[in-house]
Design a protein around this ligand. Structure first.
Ligand SMILES: *[C@@H]1O[C@H](CO)[C@@H](O)[C@H](O)[C@H]1NC(C)=O
Ligand SMILES: *[C@@H]1O[C@H](CO)[C@@H](O)[C@H](O)[C@H]1NC(C)=O
Ligand SMILES: *[C@@H]1O[C@H](CO)[C@@H](O)[C@H](O)[C@H]1NC(C)=O
Length: 288
């Protein structure tokens, strides 16, 4: 009986224990913090248990002082658009997501404030770059010109929306991968400029190209932007290189030469025949 009582009280203790733990956990903290960033539009997201609590996001630059993110004070959606606070872009930012007290007017002391720190995030090094667009123009029998549009970013400066070239300057290069249609060998060139020339192509063959932004100063995992869709072009052959006018000209000359030689041949023959005839006449008309 005593053993049973002990067991019961132990059970009650455990229950009480688990109730206090449950109460501690009932203030929901932000979990699974993630930076999602494309072309410098950067959103911090998190998950949380459903509750009446709201969240306030603070940020710090290079581990400096915490500042409130003006757009994300006492918000209930588990995400905060940080695009406008993460500037200048080439810095290490961190965020702190605080859970606000559910009862109005109650404020936590600094040391009991439930909150979660994010990892560091540097937009210049980590923002994903989307796939680029380009146009392809055969230039001559061995060269094509590739004109790449620098993608627009979410950053505005003095009323102008910046491109990735405005942000990365000479750190931005483009990687061009291409192959001859029907062959498996791929070749690759890196262009420092947004207008690139690919040379040493074979005349009269078809080539296909894909392009991606390539930021050489970044860590390996984030160096490449998205790959463009593929575009193919026929490299002009020796004859294709000539204009239609030139082709017509050449054909015209060949035909003229042919006609002239036929006429000359016919005239010559007639001449010869007439010449021998008149000789014969002269002979026969000669007095015997
Ligand atoms: C960049 O894209 C990769 C692949 O889709 C993804 O795993 C990563 O989380 C993205 N990074 C950011 C900062 O959005
Ligand atoms: C094609 O143009 C490139 C670049 O101007 C030049 O280097 C190359 O010699 C040209 N090739 C031919 C066959 O004209
Ligand atoms: C490249 O394309 C842009 C527009 O897409 C155009 O303004 C520019 O003149 C082109 N550059 C060359 C060298 O073709």
């Amino acid at each position: 009986m005593a053993a049973l009582r002990a067991l019961l009280s132990l059970g009650m203790c455990l229950c009480a224990g688990s109730i206090t733990t449950a109460e501690d956990l009932s203030v929901p903290r932000a979990e699974n913090l993630r930076w999602i960033s494309l072309d410098f539009k950067t959103v911090l997201t998190w998950t949380t248990k459903p509750s009446e609590h709201t969240y306030t996001v603070l940020y710090a630059v290079d581990d400096g002082d915490w500042t409130e993110t003006l757009d994300c004070i006492e918000i209930s959606d588990p995400e905060c658009d940080m695009t406008n606070v993460l500037q200048p872009v080439n810095r290490a930012y961190s965020a702190d997501i605080q859970t606000n007290a559910a009862e109005h007017g109650y404020a936590y002391d600094d040391d009991e404030q439930p909150h979660t720190y994010s990892s560091h995030f540097n937009p210049y090094r980590e923002s994903n770059i989307s796939a680029v667009r380009f146009t392809l123009q055969p230039f001559n029998e061995s060269t094509v010109t590739i004109n790449i549009s620098d993608t627009l970013t979410a950053i505005h400066e003095r009323g102008k929306q910046l491109t990735i070239r405005d942000v990365f300057h000479s750190d931005l290069k483009y990687k061009i991968t291409y192959y001859k249609a029907g062959s498996t060998g791929k070749r690759e060139v890196i262009s420092a400029s947004s207008v690139a020339e690919v040379s040493k192509l074979d005349a009269g063959e078809e080539y296909c190209f894909i392009v991606a932004a390539f930021i050489s100063s970044r860590p390996k995992e984030t160096q490449h932007g998205g790959w463009s869709t593929q575009q193919c072009a026929q490299i002009p052959g020796v004859l294709q290189g000539l204009s239609l006018g030139a082709l017509v000209g050449i054909i015209f000359i060949i035909i003229t030469v042919l006609i002239v030689s036929i006429i000359v041949a016919v005239l010559c023959c007639n001449c010869c025949r007439q010449g021998s005839k008149s000789l014969q006449t002269a002979q026969t008309s000669a007095p015997i």
